[in-house]
Every structure is written in C-alpha cells, then in structure tokens.
Design a protein around this ligand. Structure first.
Ligand code: PLP
Length: 542
C-alpha cells in the first residue's frame, strides 16, 4: 500500500489557513469547530470500542512495519483535520491495543474513566507550564494544594503542619513527575546529595561531583539496597546518578516473596564493615511490579532509622491503596518513609504520563535546587526550582479534578474490586487441574503457569536438577500459550520470570495478570483460563 507523495490537492499551507487553526475567542465559528471535532473524536472512539471488544487486530508486526517506511515529510498539507481524525479512528485505533478491554489483564495500563479524556483535553487547551508562576499562576498554587493532600494521605501529619506548608514558597512536600521512573530518580537524587554533607572544601555532591564527594568523605563505594523485585528504573537511577547500576544491590526475597530481612541485615553489616561504603538508601516496595507483593515496611523503617539511612518506598503501583479504608493497613509503615513514589497513570487511573514523589521533610528537596536568571529566580514561587523536569503540564489539575469527581470512596471501589477479584482469580486457578498458582495476590497482581497433569506429579518427586529440565519444557509451553493468546487478539495476560520457590536455584516462566479494570469480572477471567486451556490442548495435539 504505497503512499503517494505530492498528491495534488486543494489543501494549501498559507497564512489564511494558518490563522484558522489557532484558537481565537473572537471568532464564533472557532467555537463550533472545537465542538464538532471533539464530538467526532469522542463518538468515533466510542463506536470503535463498541465494535472491537477484543484487544487488538490480528496483523503481524512485520506486515505493519512495511506500511510505515516512508521517511519524507510532506511539503503541502495532505489532509484536513476531519480526515486525520477519521483515519486515526479507522486505521490506527484497530491496530493499536485496546487496553480498555476487560480482557486485557496483563499490564498496569488499563481502562480510564471517560472524564479523564475531558480533563486531559482541558489541560492541553489551557497549556499551562507549571515550571514557573508566569506561565501557570493559579495552577502552581493548586499544585501545592494537591501535593499537600497527597502528603497528608501518606504521612498524616497534623493540621498546623499542613497549614504551614501547603502554600509555603520555601518548602516542598513533593513534586509531579512524568512517572514512576523519574519519581524514583528524583528520590534517589535527593537521598544521594543528602548523604554527602559539606566537609572542608567540599560543598555538595551536586556542585563538586562524585569524585570530590568520595574523596572528602573517604569513601570508595556508594550503594542502594532493594529486594530483587525492585523496578529496573532504580538501576537506571544508579547509572544516571553516577554511583553505578551494579551498586543497586538486589537482596533475595524470602518465603513471603518480600525482601529477606535477615539477608538484608547481613548485607548491611558486610557493607559497613570497612566503613568505606555509603548506603544512600534502602528501598521498600509497596506493590512489586511483577508480583504485587509489599515489603515489610515497618521493619525496613526500623532498620533505616537505627542506622540513619534514607528510607524510600516505591509505591508507584500500590500507593493509591491508601485510599481504601479496607486495605490501607497493607501499606502500614509507609508513613515512616523519607520519600515515597506514587504513579498517577497507574492506580489513580490518569492518562499518561504522570507520577509523583513525596518527601517527609519539607526541606529535603533543597538538595536539588536549581535557579536560572529568566525563570526560577531565588525566592520565587516557581515550582521548577526543585524538579528534574523542566517544562511541565498541569497534571495536578487532572488529579485534583478526578478526586473531586470520584472521592476517595470512588477510588476505593476500584482498588477493592481489584484486590478481591485477584483473590477470587487465584482460587479459580487453584481449582483448575491444568494450572499452578505461583504467587498468591497480596494486591491485585498474581502469577501462575500451565502445568500438564503428568508433569505435576513428576515435579513433586524430582530433585533440583531434574526439576530444572522439566521447568525448561514448561517455560516453552507457557511462552507459546502467552504468545498465541496475545496474537489471537481476544485477551491478554503478560509473562515474566520468577523462582517457583524462593529457595530454588532457577527461574521459571510465569503468566502474570493485573486486575485493575473495574469491568473485569470473574466470568471474564474464566473465559481467559478456558482460552488458555484450549490453546494448550491445540498445542499438544498439533
Ligand atoms: C511502574 C513502576 C515504576 C515505573 O514507573 P513508570 O511510570 O513506568 O516510569 C517504578 N516502580 C514500580 C514498583 C512500578 O510498578
């Protein structure tokens, strides 16, 4: 399907048409234009979602890629907005992934409430840049308010504390980021700088750099400790922050599949023995990406407090569980963290991309202050003074509005549904003879695999070496099932690698499902398991 370039058309790029595409309040017809196209988008997508209940169209990636090889920019306009929108709805949408399908239970990206689309549109239309007051005004003030609300949800300080800090231009309770990755990076950036106080001629790591910091403090190594389930964004932070990703040290998990505290303690002792290694942070995970497991946060807080180590909690996934009265106890201990990451585009059900990081100490972010002479002048309200990102959209407006529309109770309905449906799902898996549950859900994520009956018996009695051989065969089967199910396009679960038992010496392939779509019902999950059984039997007979 070759695309024809330089198609002669009536469309031209000139000043007259250019003026038409900018929003001008004095022009009555621009009002109608706005409404017309919004209707086209919303109704078009709505109809699309009605027709395509599946996850994606059955077309191979190779075939798709062949249609996207033209690399020249067209000189003249090719299409009108209405046609572009139509093309997106007709050609792009069916070939994208319908993450809103209740059969799509494999990733942390899912359906979002429809009002998020409106809120995203209004944010784009206002186009405020919260990097500075001059381009955002009330949005900067609103951001500080919502940051304080979230801080209160996590740390629950008293009213006078929040009255003092909510609009305080000298302090920061947290910041919006592009996501969990940059939130974790920001937390470790602060923790790193905090770990190297001024000494002699050395002022700060941020200013003098790593070499001088290490020399001044007579250190030879800087590390971060996290369970082996730590998100890989932490390793990126190790690279970017210059202490090295091999120094993000993975600690084994125990029988509960959360960080092994005994191994953690002995690692800390080993590292501190020479007095020349700096532990800049210990990280607790509140909802591991692969298993949903929550680390023992109160115990980690004890360990960090006793040694004066920065305690970061990566609650990118699990943070919003704090809104559920029924399940917030699972995150107990998070209030003792020095910093906390929470994603907005996961369980706050916001469109991408939005994350947040919070600091217990309102002065902590002073470690990453940057000024410049045209924005972010010292003493100004500009939020961009203490952020990794430069220009930034007003995501706080979306979160604030969403909380107004839903209330914490509305969010809790979704959180509770996810946790309870996942628990139900795990029982269904246990009851089916072809399946083996690998991780029991603590939140709304679980893992399992397909194991044929004859192999289940063998697995029970064999030694590690023979198990490893059998597991390799099972890996192959599960990889195939996951791929065939995805390609069939009706439903989707993801896969990853974990140990069957934490004492094993090898990983196995597991199917992973994330239940966050409130429309995902027990019946749908039965269908998904049925489909996997059918795929398995077809595989065995072919
Ligand atoms: C998703 C996730 C991240 C990374 O967040 P992004 O928004 O994808 O950058 C970090 N930590 C955990 C535990 C996560 O689940």
């Amino acid at each position: 399907m070759a695309r024809i370039k330089d198609t002669p058309s009536s469309l031209v790029a000139d000043w007259k048409t250019l003026h038409r595409v900018f929003i001008r309040p004095e022009d009555e017809s621009s009002r109608e234009t706005l409404v017309k196209y919004m209707e086209q988008i919303l109704f078009g997508l709505h109809d699309f979602l009605n027709q395509h209940v599946g996850v994606t169209e059955e077309i191979s990636l190779i075939k798709l890629a062949e249609e996207y090889t033209d690399t020249e920019i067209n000189k003249d306009p090719q299409k009108k907005l209405a046609d572009v929108i139509k093309d997106i709805i007709d050609e792009i949408a069916p070939r994208a992934v319908n993450v809103a399908s209740p059969y799509f239970v494999g990733h942390m990206t899912s359906a979002i409430p429809f009002f998020m689309v409106h809120l995203k549109a209004i944010t784009a239309a206002l186009n405020q840049n919260v990097i500075k007051l001059e381009t955002s005004k009330v949005l900067s003030v609103l951001e500080k308010q919502i940051l304080a609300k979230m801080h209160r949800m996590i740390f629950d300080f008293n009213e006078p504390f929040y009255l003092e800090h909510v609009q305080n231009t000298e302090t920061s309770l947290g910041v919006f980021t592009t996501g969990g990755t940059t939130a974790n990076l920001t937390a470790l950036w602060v923790a790193r700088n905090k770990s190297f106080p001024p000494k002699g001629n050395f002022e700060s790591l941020e200013k003098n750099g790593f070499f001088e910091a290490m020399t001044a403090h007579d250190l030879e190594r800087t590390v971060v400790l996290v369970s082996k389930r730590g998100h890989y964004s932490l390793r990126k932070a190790g690279g970017i922050l210059g202490f090295g990703n091999q120094n993000v040290i993975p600690i084994d998990v125990d029988d509960n599949r959360s960080i092994d505290l005994i191994k953690l303690e002995s690692k800390i002792q080993e590292l501190q023995a020479t007095g020349r290694t700096k532990i800049i942070a210990i990280i607790g995970i509140a909802g591991a990406t692969e298993t949903g497991i929550i680390d023992p946060l109160p115990k980690l807080a004890d360990i960090c407090e006793a040694r004066g180590i920065h305690f970061h909690v990566d609650a990118a996934w699990g943070g919003p569980v704090l809104l559920s009265e029924k399940y917030r106890h699972l995150l107990k201990g998070i209030e003792r963290a020095d910093s906390v990451t929470i994603d907005c585009h996961k369980q706050f059900y916001m469109p991408m991309t939005a994350g947040m990081v919070y600091f217990k100490d309102p002065k902590a972010m002073d470690h990453i202050v940057y000024h410049s002479s045209y924005v972010n002048r010292p003493g100004s309200v500009d939020l961009g003074i203490k952020t990794l990102e430069g220009s930034r959209e007003a995501n706080s407006l979306i979160l604030d509005s969403a909380l107004k529309i839903m209330g914490s109770k509305g969010y809790a309905l979704m959180i509770d549904h996810g946790i309870e449906t996942a628990l139900h799902f795990s029982k269904m898996i246990r009851q089916r003879r072809l399946f083996q549950l690998i991780t029991t859900p603590q939140l709304n994520i679980l893992t399992y695999r397909v194991v044929p009956l004859d192999m289940q018996e063998k697995l029970k009695t064999t030694d590690q070496k023979e198990r490893q051989r059998l597991d390799a065969i099972l890996d192959d089967i599960n990889i195939k099932i996951q791929r065939l199910q995805r390609e069939a396009g009706k439903s989707f679960v993801s896969r990853t690698r974990l140990k069957y038992s934490p004492t094993d010496d090898h990983n196995i392939v597991v199917l992973r499902s994330v239940i966050m779509n409130p429309m995902t019902s027990v019946e749908i999950l039965e269908d998904i398991l049925d489909e996997q059984e059918t795929i398995f039997h077809d595989l065995m007979t072919s």
